[in-house]
Write a protein that binds this ligand. Structure first.
Ligand code: GAL
Length: 401
């Protein structure tokens, strides 16, 4: 083949490959993961309980379908090099648990790492990628989170492409969640490799803090993670998502208001919604946050546009997200520690989304306003908006065409 033809064929092949990879997660994945609450303290009984609670609480029906078993589930390799399951945690075997999860209308997520060992020191996939992918497929996995501990000297792009190819070779569709903490700017090359990529180090359950784990690594509060998303929105879209890490709603020192704001902001970011709270002790308030269908609809909007913010005076941030059919989500967020009185003159609100090439033009068009947390209509953009927003709280509106 002549050079230009070869180049064209290659770029078409890459284009179609990226497209078909995208189809595995056309909206941000939703589920529940063991790590934020349980780290390594889980077994098959706990995961079955969580699966049951996802169903009985209504979370599954709200969209949380992936049950993701994070680090600490693998055993040693057998004599042929196949990965085994930690028998102490899974006396009935992981296949039985997988069948149970599927029987409840849920999907199974598993975890591995591109090094020889996971972050927790358990067996990981380096040098066994194709064999491990086969095991994940046999176990009925629908999702793989692939971590980045113990990978000194390895090329991230290559390592993630190898596991992507290994997953593809099994013939079983598995969402591929790339977890290299944003170290190698995966937003620049991740599309066509995985469906979501972490943009930061780990989240922790505080509003604003940095935990340096005795100098070993940092984990970050909700506000720190939020600010690290700046400049990344152009790289996200249906099937290829920026992942600002899992939800801490209902965890640690977050108040109910902060949990609600955290959830709201993740929805404005079109982030994957992976809950990480203990569903056995979840409060009614946390459940209401996690299952508000109108808020989730903003995250799951099929345009898949990540929102953006305008920073105003007095700790006010105004977040915008274009939605399908000409609607917009607009969220007023009080980052400060005092109640904030806001007055918003909609008729002066002409906001451009330079990435998506869309415009919210309230000067030319009147939208009706819906408070999606309260699920009530609150007038139209023909009138000014006056509201008081409590510290760390949000007013999230859907502007309806
Ligand atoms: C981290 C990862 C966390 C969790 C943990 C498990 O590297 O970012 O989300 O998976 O490892 O040890």
């Amino acid at each position: 083949m002549k050079r230009p033809l070869l180049a064209l064929a290659l770029s078409l092949a890459l284009h179609f490959h990226a497209r078909s990879a995208d189809s595995l997660a056309l909206t941000p994945p939703m589920g529940w993961n063991t790590y934020n609450t349980f780290a390594g303290n889980f077994n098959e009984k706990l995961i079955r309980d969580m699966a049951d609670l996802l169903v009985t609480s209504g979370m599954r029906d709200a969209g949380y379908v992936y049950v993701i078993i994070d680090d600490n589930w693998t055993g040693a390799r057998d004599s042929l090099g196949f990965l085994t399951v930690d028998a102490g945690r899974f006396p009935s075997g992981l296949k039985a648990l997988s069948e149970y999860i599927h029987s409840r209308g849920l999907k199974l997520g598993l975890y591995s790492d591109a090094g020889y060992k996971t972050c927790g020191g358990y067996t990981a996939s380096r040098g066994h990628e194709f064999q491990d992918a086969m095991v994940f497929a046999r176990l009925g996995a629908d999702y793989l989170k692939y971590d980045w501990c113990n990978t000194e000297g390895i090329d991230a792009r290559g390592a993630y492409a190898t596991m992507r190819d290994a997953l593809l070779a099994t013939g079983r569709p598995m969402v591929f969640s790339m977890c290299e903490w944003g170290n190698n700017k995966p937003w620049l090359w991740g599309r066509g490799t995985g469906q979501l990529w972490r943009t930061t180090g780990d989240i922790t359950s505080c509003w604003s803090c940095i935990d340096d784990h005795g100098g070993k690594y940092n984990s970050y509060g909700v506000m720190q993670i939020l600010d690290m998303q700046e400049g990344l929105r152009a790289y996200a879209g249906p099937g290829h998502w920026n992942d600002p890490d899992m939800l801490e709603a209902g965890n640690g020192s977050l108040t109910a208001t902060e949990s609600r704001a955290h959830f709201t902001l993740w929805c404005m970011l079109a982030a994957p919604l992976i809950a990480g709270n203990d569903l056995r002790t979840m409060s009614k308030g946390t459940l209401e946050i996690l299952t508000n269908n109108e808020v989730i609809a903003i995250d799951q909007d099929s345009l898949g546009i990540q929102g953006f913010r305008h920073t105003g005076p007095d700790s006010l941030e105004t977040w915008y997200k274009p939605l399908k059919g000409g609607d917009w989500a607009v969220c007023f967020f009080n980052r400060g520690s005092k109640p904030l009185h806001i007055g918003h003159d909609w008729k002066k609100d002409v906001t451009h989304d330079d990435v998506a090439g869309l415009e919210l033009n309230c000067a030319r068009h009147t939208y009706s306003l819906r408070d999606v947390w309260k699920k009530t209509r609150i007038g139209t953009t023909a009138d000014g908006l006056a509201a008081t927003i409590a510290p760390h709280d949000v007013l999230m509106l859907r502007l309806i065409q």
